[in-house]
Ligand binder design. Structure first.
Ligand SMILES: Nc1ncnc2c1ncn2[C@@H]1O[C@H](COP(=O)(O)OP(=O)(O)OP(=O)(O)O)[C@@H](O)[C@H]1O
Ligand code: SF4
Ligand SMILES: [Mg+2]
Length: 414
């Protein structure tokens, strides 16, 4: 596969499908399982993962290293080697099935409608060709435009992603760019054809905060202008809070919690998500948030733990009667609020979170005198309850939807 193909920049001749009905989600992932047979056994990288993303909306995927974020996203663009990968389930992009699709269909998908910003910029840029030429070729494969026009678009995109003196750097080779510049060049290549679906895998990790903000703005512009569906994979919960309508938390290759961003960030109901939120330092120092790392290590994907795969690390395992956590995998079930789901046996997770977890992780959110939540948080909780109830398919707390229709990033079947 050539570099431009990987970055979603190669056009096929046939048009990729559209959703069957106008308000169908643009991306539908159902019961996706991805396994890699190896000498040591079968790596169960992704298991029974389902979610949907509508046009104009952003799903944020979070989880520790090795939780299956990249593997599941690469499956969406048909990027796994069919010889060495076992894939099952269904992935529909714009109404067309990706799993089992032939190469022509996949090339059409990656060229016309979907693009990926890779975690590793070197994956997408070919070392033999000038950066601008690769972006221009990507634009020409998709559009009937002259070489001069394609070069102009490449310079414009490089400029928009913040490459200084883009008109002179356009002829540089990837090795002449710094790591951060290569990442921006790859973003330019992924965006040059205004994809309907963009998968951004840690798109801003190597970038300083100013450029990071610029790139996030650019993605939001793309979404507003073209109604793109975006899947944003990131370790940065600040980025999630800023751009994601819905959040999917992954652990050991499975969805463990999902729902509207504000609900997940304000009242998460799964202990792994509690751990993720409590392990983020507040570098501004503006709050009293404590840094509490998650104990232990991520689960083996060759021999996953029985029951809930988080049980060996979960500080709340003994609150569930008997051996349930150790023996029985929890289903992904409805949380307290509509549109919010969690995979956990605890029967009163909201109470545990508000009375135990939050006071330890963020004591300044609790009123010292009354022992109650501070009024601001109380208001937020009431808002979540009200808004998710009123608009179960719309993420609460956004001032306005950014173009397109509503998102429903829900790991249950759509
Ligand atoms: N080709 C492969 N063969 C065997 N195992 C693989 C292969 N590709 C990925 N894996 C394994 O699948 C698991 C999930 O990997 P993945 O890259 O999706 O993690 P991730 O959530 O993106 O992590 P990170 O945050 O570090 O990028 C990991 O344990 C990884 O080692
Ligand atoms: S099911 Fe049990 S082990 Fe798993 S997260 Fe919930 S309480 Fe912890
Ligand atoms: Mg990854």
């Amino acid at each position: 596969m050539t570099a431009p193909e990987q970055a979603g920049a190669t056009a096929g001749t046939m048009e990729f499908g559209r959703p069957a009905a106008q308000d169908d989600p643009y991306l539908v992932v159902e019961n996706l399982t991805v396994q890699f047979p190896t000498h040591d056994g079968i790596v169960q990288a992704v298991t029974d993962l389902s979610y949907t993303v509508r046009s104009g909306q952003t799903l944020g995927i979070v989880g520790e290293s090795g939780s299956g974020k990249s593997v599941s996203s690469m499956a969406v663009l048909g990027l796994h080697n069919p010889q060495s990968t076992r894939l099952s389930g269904s992935i529909r992009v714009g109404g067309t099935e990706v799993i089992g699709a032939d190469q022509q269909t996949l090339r059409s998908l990656r060229g016309n409608d979907a693009a990926m910003i890779f975690q590793d910029p070197l994956t997408a840029l070919h070392p033999f060709y000038a950066v601008g030429k690769q972006i221009a070729e990507a634009a020409r494969m998709h559009n009937d435009i002259s070489k001069a026009e394609a070069r102009r678009r490449a310079i414009d995109m490089l400029d928009r992603v913040g490459i200084p003196q883009a008109s002179s750097r356009v002829d540089d080779y990837p090795h002449q760019f710094s790591g951060g510049m290569r990442q921006r060049a790859m973003i330019a290549m992924a965006l040059v054809n205004n994809p309907q679906l963009l998968i951004a895998d840690e798109p801003t990790t190597a970038l300083d905060v100013t450029v990071q903000a610029q790139i996030l703005d650019l993605l939001q512009d793309l979404q507003q202008e073209y109604g793109s569906a975006i899947v944003m994979i990131t370790h940065d919960l600040g980025v999630i809070a800023e751009v994601a309508d819905d959040v999917l938390v992954m652990y050991g290759g499975r969805a463990v919690e999902t729902g509207p961003t504000k609900a997940i960030l304000t009242l998460p109901e799964m202990p792994y998500t509690w751990g993720l939120l409590s392990s983020v330092p507040d570098i501004t120092g503006a709050t009293d948030v404590r840094l509490i790392p998650i104990p232990g290590t991520p689960p083996s994907l060759l021999n996953p733990p029985t029951g809930c795969s988080f049980h060996p690390r979960c500080p709340h395992v003994d609150k569930v009667p008997g051996e349930l956590c150790r023996t029985t995998l929890p289903e992904l079930t409805q949380a307290t609020h509509p549109g919010h789901r969690k995979r956990c046996h605890l029967v009163n997770p909201d109470e545990i979170y508000l009375k135990e977890v939050l006071p330890e992780a963020a004591p300044d959110l609790i009123d010292e005198e009354t022992g109650e939540l501070i009024p601001e948080l109380q208001v937020q909780l009431e808002e979540i309850q009200q808004e998710t109830h009123d608009h179960p398919t719309k993420a609460p707390g956004r001032s306005a939807p950014r173009g397109g229709d509503h998102v429903r990033a829900d790991p249950e079947k759509p």
